[in-house]
Design a binder for this molecule. Sequence first.
Ligand code: ZN
Length: 310
Amino acid sequence: MTGLDLPATVDVREVGMRDGLQLEAPVPLAGKLAMLEALVATGVRRIEVTSFVSPRAVPALADADEVAAELHRFDGVQFSALVANLRGAQRAVDAGIAHLEYVVSASDSHSLANAGRPTAGAVAAVGEIAALAHGAGGSLEVIVATAWDCPFEGRTDPSRVLDVISTGVEQGADQLCLGDTIGTVTPRRTVELLGAVRQAAPGRPLGAHFHDTRGTGQANALAAVLSGVTSLDASVGGLGGCPFAPGASGNIATEELVYWLTDAGVATGIDLDAVLTAAAATERAVGHPLPSSLYRAGGRNAPRGPFVPD
Ligand code: ZN
């Protein structure tokens, strides 16, 4: 009995390998594989492992094919890849990854910066990409970027999100996700938009992707779960941002999410201490400190030492 009306389970998708690494200087394959092995050992059941996009646009993920070639070593994890167009989807399927995430920005300016075409052009490709994923035995999730706010246009009109959602569902999207691309959203706006999307696409699995840029990431995650969302993206150590969204930084940290979900009796299948081990592996791979507060505090029980002035 927690006093919170939470579901029995929440399905966490680990996005550190893709969203987390995409802004970093390219990490050698061995470092990525050490990170991946540590992430698999956490018990997480879904890992967004790379993206198949232009290596010029995102040099950090230029080794998508090499990473994909290693995935046969791991059992019990569903690996997915992010794609920005049909060509990327074909590359992913050819590399053996059939669970695809296709990003559609709900604002035209971000869509042009991210995918080189406005929202309507991007959403029109959902059908072909869904057919490709389904033909390969996989699935397609449509992720709506700039669902709440756009770095170039400010507030995104919710009707634009609902248009993307309804077209995406018509064209074969199996799952949906809303992305707070620049980390501006609040619990109130989280719940409002998730509720509207759920009404527009009843019965379709709906997840959320938050950034902690303004310190509201975990509050938004709680608001989302309280409103019925059972699928959340998170990144080990809080790594990550978006290269086409100025000012975007910091996905919600997997260990912080697992910390409060586990405390509330919500099963994630993820071991908190193993996530901290994975955060250490990630820190070694990227070569700089990670932003996660829980990781920097030393874990769930280790208090910082007493404050000693210089
Ligand atoms: Zn993100």
